[in-house]
Every structure is written in C-alpha cells, then in structure tokens.
Design a protein around this ligand. Sequence first.
Ligand SMILES: [Zn+2]
Length: 203
Amino acid sequence: METISQSELLNIAVEKFSQLPGIGKKTALRLVLDILKRDENFVFSFAQSITNLKENIKYCKHCGNLSDQEVCPICQNTSRDQTTICIVENIRDVMAIEQAQRYQGVYHVLGGLISPIDGIGPNDLNIAQLIERIETGQVSEIIFALSANMEGDTTCFYLSKILKGRDIKISTIARGVAFGGDLEFTDEVTLIRSIENRQPYNG
Ligand SMILES: [Zn+2]
C-alpha cells in the first residue's frame, strides 16, 4: 500500500476510497480528510447506510430489479400493465426508463447479455426466472430494450426462439436512434420515443 501519511489509519481509508470507480488517490484523500472534519453522527450514519445497503437490499424475485422488499414496487403496482414486460440488460436501464415516467408496463432485468467471447451464456443470465414468469403469469407482450450490438442481437434472437409458438407479441424498441450502448445515456425524449415506436421483432 502506498504511504500517503504517517498515519496508517488514514492510509487504509484512502486506499479503500480509491478502490471505487472514478476515485483516484488525490480525490480519495480529499474525501477522507473531509470525513475527518465531520461530526460523529454523520460519519456513523454514513458508514451505517453502506452496511445497511449491502446487508438488506434485495433483488425482486419476479423481475430482478433492486428492491427493499422481496417484490419490487413496480411488480407490486396493480395500476401498471403487468402483462407487458420490457426486457433490459441491467438495473440502470430500469432507472433510465422510469426516469422518463411514460412506460406503464413492468420489467425483466437480465443482468447482462449473451456473449460467447466473454464466456457469458444464457445460464449466466436471469432467463430461467423470465421463462417462469411467462409460464405462470399472463404475458401479452415482450419488449426487447437491449443494446444494438452483437451481444444485444444474440440475446434477442435467443429469447425470441424461446418465446416462439406462444401467444405473445414480441417487439423491439426503435433502433433508428443513437443507441450504441447504455440506455441510461440516451436522452429521455429519445428513450420514450423508442419505446412508444417499438416495432414487431422479426429476428
Ligand atoms: Zn420486480
């Protein structure tokens, strides 16, 4: 460990902070020195909130979204269309679409995309849960909201084969938009439009 100060306690704290993404040693030191200046209540509740988060947060047993309960508020909400499922890669995509406040269906978070190069196959993703939802619930439409790249296409194709022969409409969000990667970086208007102008999937 790099020695920044004579205090080993400070060095350890700086080291921990600098392991977070986007935080270099300099920023880590600034954060640690700032925390030192705060009162005990702040520091205690700060540490507590991180521990609490890790210990108590759950993944919704239906859709895989982050939740404080077994079932997330979106899956519990009876005023949403529980028969329309939007398939997304990750939790940040759910956040991005929810931010736009227009989509009224529910989600299914895959937790990644199929990528043979990276050794990620269907079994590594939250797909079994999706099949269970389709078999036990009433699903009228599946919307693919996945990245327009090789992995996204492979995943759509794989899922469409599973869904084939069932009485479920399959659509994909409009791809004409700049959508090279993460949904979260697409602006709200584009995101809403791409969902509302979704097209039938024909892989
Ligand atoms: Zn849920």
